[in-house]
Ligand binder design. Structure first.
Ligand code: TMP
Length: 223
């Protein structure tokens, strides 16, 4: 019998994820949100999936920069593997300590990119990915949405392996995200990322601070 991972212990913290297609600006908005919440006195851990563990960084290099063709399933399993490590090393301990975790991408990215984008069975992939991370689910997911063409116009650097996929692939990713948001309207908040960055920041601030105020989470503060 394979060893089944034990379920996670009940959580005290607050888990926020930022999701979105290429060029949505979610990484810089996420960094800003971490600083804003710290200024408001919360203890916040800012993470990136994949990338905030040593193994995650190694897998990220393979996933984004190797030249060989990679099957969608291999891609999905590597992203999921990196996430398992991130949950064990950082997310679970921080939430157990009652901290806020702000994570740039998470499980929804795998469903959007390798499921809706690359064509793996969405329900199967969703179930697999959730089991691997022991059903840890964000409390709030901020989906920074914008049309594919607009997102690509904003990318200045040379494109990585995922960004080089066809525009049709990326349009399916965007539509996939919108479907995920429709399925879980209580968890997802869609933010129009085509607005100027200052307006996106104002909306993020309003949504997140209001959310934290009205839910009585036992969060720790930084002082
Ligand atoms: P990032 O640059 O926003 O951190 O994302 C890295 C790229 O990897 C981006 O193109 C989205 C893609 N990706 C997936 O395809 N599946 C996943 O599970 C994750 C987390 C990212």
């Amino acid at each position: 019998m394979p060893h089944a991972p034990r379920p996670l212990s009940p959580r005290k913290g607050f888990f926020i994820t930022l999701e979105g297609p290429e060029g949505s600006g979610k990484s810089s908005q996420g960094r800003w949100l971490v600083r804003r919440l710290r200024r408001a006195g919360y203890a916040v851990v800012g993470l990136r999936d994949p990338g905030s563990t040593n193994l995650g960084r190694a897998l990220r290099r393979i996933l984004l920069h190797r030249k060989e063709d990679m099957s969608a399933l291999m891609e999905a399993l590597l992203f999921i593997g990196a996430r398992v490590q991130l949950v064990e090393e950082h997310i679970q301990p921080a939430l157990e300590q009652g901290k806020i975790v702000v994570c740039d991408r998470f499980h929804d990215s795998t469903v959007a990119y390798q499921g809706f984008g690359a064509g793996l069975d969405v329900n199967w992939l969703d179930a697999l990915g959730r089991r691997a991370i022991r059903d840890i689910t964000p409390t709030l997911t901020l989906l920074l949405d914008l049309p594919t063409e607009q997102g690509f116009k904003r990318l200045r650097h040379s494109h990585d392996r995922m960004e080089r996929k066809t525009r049709a692939f990326h349009r399916s990713v965007r539509q996939g995200y919108l479907q995920l948001a429709k399925r879980e309207p209580k968890r997802f908040m869609i933010i129009n990322a085509a607005q100027p960055a200052s307006q996106v920041r104002a909306q993020l601030e309003e949504v997140v601070l209001k959310y934290l105020k009205c839910k009585s989470f036992s969060l720790v503060t930084s002082h």
